[in-house]
Design a protein around this ligand. Structure first.
Ligand code: PAF
Length: 284
């Protein structure tokens, strides 16, 4: 497994690989790898000959310095996981390599349709940071396929729009959220939960599931169902940024005649931000 820290070296390696017609799969990460990342790597192996995993905690997508500082890092352990799964290249640049002139005046990529609502409104600038680093990785690595988890649903939609509107010839493959047995969505941020919070956290998905089931049943208005669920979440100890149902394609507030919906949840448990979602398909 090659660990490459410099863009120039990675770029030269990519040119050589491209000459051999190998299909390249990119799994972009911020490290602190868990089973969800492993599942992405295993999925990538089904599509591509060469698997590249990038590990970069991207400061441009953090609107909160403390959040950036607290983001868990475990490069040594990550490498053990990546080696075990026969990843070919790990791209592990430092901040100066990616942003040699700092991030304040960095040219950025914005997907105006979706980047300022929901998570984008709760975390101003977050999605511009995501789309900018993702474009940089796409330009340096020129993958045939790139793999993203569905837990970050708004991020996934934004990246799909970016691919289409900027004419990248990259196929985006997504993976359904990987969960613990108790339903908690895997996330590097779970490592920041204390033992009491770890017991509470699984209620998020339990309440999401219950809400979706009630919406499908349709015995009560959507507004009442969501309201009751929010009260339940607060009672369990969550504070809520986002908990509502949206059109799953446009993320607009769903009108009654939209059939494909998504429940998006973004909550705080102590100092940890947890996000999750569940699709709802109405057939009546
Ligand atoms: O989903 C993530 O881990 C990050 O947002 C990504 C896509 C690696 C960009 O930094």
């Amino acid at each position: 497994m090659l660990i490459i820290k410099k863009i120039k070296i990675l770029y030269k390696t990519i040119i050589l690989l491209k000459k051999t017609n190998k299909k390249i799969g990119l799994v972009p990460t911020m490290g602190n790898l868990h089973n969800g990342h492993v599942k992405l790597i295993l999925l990538a192996k089904k599509y591509a000959d060469i698997i590249i995993v990038s590990i970069f905690i991207n400061p441009m997508q953090f609107n909160n310095l403390l959040d950036l500082k607290n983001y868990p890092q475990s490069f040594k352990e990550d490498c053990i996981i990546l080696k075990k799964h026969n990843v070919d290249i790990v791209f592990f640049p430092c901040i100066d390599e990616i942003y040699p002139n700092g991030i304040r005046k960095q040219t950025f990529v914005e997907v105006p349709k979706l980047s300022k609502i929901l998570e984008g409104s709760a975390r101003p600038g977050h999605f511009n940071g995501v789309t900018t680093i993702v474009c940089k990785l796409f330009n340096i690595i020129q993958p045939d396929f790139a793999f993203f988890g569905e837990k970050d649903y708004q991020q996934l939609l934004i990246i799909k729009i970016l691919i289409k509107e900027l004419n990248y010839m990259i196929k985006i493959i997504s993976l359904p959220t990987i969960r613990l047995k108790n339903g908690l969505a895997l996330s590097s941020r779970n490592n920041n939960l204390n033992s009491k919070e770890k017991k509470i956290a699984p209620y998020l998905y339990k309440i999401i599931k219950k809400t979706c089931e009630e919406i499908i049943k349709g015995d009560n208005t959507r507004k009442n169902i969501i309201h009751a669920s929010k009260i339940l979440l607060i009672k369990k100890g969550f504070s809520i940024d986002i908990f509502d149902v949206y059109n799953s394609k446009t993320l607009e507030n769903s009108s009654e005649n939209v059939k494909k919906l998504i429940l998006l949840a973004s909550v705080w448990l102590g100092k940890t931000r947890l996000i999750d979602n569940k699709k709802i398909l109405l057939i009546h």
